[in-house]
Design a protein. Structure first.
Length: 308
C-alpha cells in the first residue's frame, strides 16, 4: 500500500491513506494527458471554387437583383452581413439615380498602399438579346464576380499582401441603354467620389465580370493597363491557368474599370465576353463552373499575397 504524507495539519502530523481507486484514476489521467495528441495549427485557407459557387446560387435564389427591387436590397444585405461576419470594415455609398435608390458597398482590411477589387451585384432588367421580354437572373453576369470577392474575403491573407485591400460591390452597372440609363452608374459614382471620405490613393483597381462561364476564356482587354494585365496573366500561367487566361487581345470593353482608368489609376478588366448566354434568360447557375471561379480566385489570391 502506498502512503503519502499530506502535511494536512492533522493532530500529531499523522499521514492519511490514499484509496487504491483514487490512485488508479490519477495514474490514468496522467497517462491520458501524455498520450493526448498535440493539435497542429489549421492550414491557411485557400480559395475554394465550390464554396464560391454556393454564393452564386444564394444570390440567384433571391431572384432578379434589379435596382430598386426587394431582391436587390436583400442581395446587398447578404453581401454586407457576410463581409461583416468575416471581419471586414464596411462602408456604403447611397444615392438616387433617375428616382431609383443606388447602393455601392465597400469593404476593407489591411494597411499600406491601397488596391481595389470590384464586381457589380445588380442584374439586367431585360434580356434584350432575345424576344423573351423577361429580366436576367445573372448567374454569371453579376453573381460570379460577387461570389469570387466573397470567397476572397474569407481566404485572403491580407497581412501578406502588404496593402490595404478594398472590395467594391458596384450597383447599377447593368441597366445601360434601357429606359434612358447609361452603363456603369455605380462605379462611376465611386470613382468620382473616391477620397472624399479619406480613402487613400489607389495603386490599382481590378474588376472581375462574367468570370464563371463553364467554358472560360479570358482575353486581354484593350482598355486595361498593360503592365498590370501582364502581371496577372503571368500569375495565372504559373498556376496552370494559361488555357483560361489567354495572352491575346480581343475586345475593348466599357466596364467598371473605365472610371478608374480615367482618373489615372492602373485598372484591369478580367472578363470573358464570349459568354453565349449574356443578357439572356439562360444566364442561370447551371452555366457557371466552380473550376472557373477557382481559376480567377486563385490567380487574384496568389498575385495579392505574393506582392512585396
Amino acid at each position: 500500500m502506498v502512503h503519502r504524507d499530506m502535511g494536512s495539519g492533522l493532530p500529531g502530523g499523522h499521514s492519511i491513506q490514499m484509496k487504491p481507486i483514487l490512485l488508479w484514476l490519477a495514474l490514468l489521467a496522467l497517462v491520458a494527458g501524455c498520450l493526448r495528441p498535440t493539435l497542429a495549427p489549421e492550414p491557411a485557407a485557400h480559395f475554394n471554387g465550390d464554396k464560391a459557387y454556393t454564393w452564386v446560387t444564394q444570390q440567384c435564389d433571391l431572384g432578379y437583383r434589379i435596382p430598386g427591387t426587394e431582391a436587390h436590397r436583400r442581395a446587398g444585405d447578404l453581401i454586407v452581413e457576410t463581409l461583416r461576419s468575416l471581419g471586414w470594415t464596411i462602408g456604403e455609398q447611397t444615392f438616387t439615380y433617375q428616382g431609383t435608390p443606388v447602393r455601392n458597398i465597400l469593404a476593407w482590411q489591411g494597411s499600406g498602399p491601397a488596391i481595389l477589387l470590384g464586381a457589380h451585384y445588380d442584374t439586367r432588367p431585360l434580356a434584350d438579346r432575345e424576344p423573351a421580354n423577361q429580366p436576367v437572373l445573372g448567374a454569371n453576369d453579376g453573381a460570379s464576380g460577387v461570389a469570387v470577392l466573397l470567397e476572397l474575403a474569407r481566404t485572403l491573407d491580407v497581412a501578406r499582401t502588404g496593402h490595404t485591400v478594398y472590395l467594391a460591390f458596384f450597383d447599377a452597372e447593368d441597366s445601360g441603354d434601357l429606359n434612358g440609363w447609361p452603363w456603369i452608374v455605380g462605379s462611376t459614382y465611386m470613382a468620382d467620389h473616391w477620397g472624399n471620405n479619406g480613402e487613400p490613393t489607389l495603386d490599382a483597381a481590378i474588376i472581375i465580370d462574367m468570370i464563371g462561364d463553364a467554358d472560360l476564356n479570358i482575353y486581354l482587354e484593350r482598355n486595361s493597363d498593360p503592365h498590370l494585365s501582364a502581371a496577372l496573366w503571368d500569375t495565372a500561367g504559373q498556376l496552370g491557368f494559361s488555357e483560361v487566361f489567354i495572352t491575346e487581345y480581343r475586345y475593348a470593353i466599357l466596364d467598371d474599370h473605365l472610371p478608374f482608368t480615367q482618373r489615372g489609376i492602373p485598372a484591369v478588366d478580367i472578363i470573358d465576353f464570349d459568354y453565349p448566354y449574356w443578357h439572356t434568360t439562360h444566364d442561370t447557375p447551371d452555366k457557371v463552373s466552380p473550376d472557373s471561379l477557382t481559376a480567377v480566385g486563385r490567380t487574384l489570391e496568389t498575385w495579392l499575397e505574393g506582392k512585396d
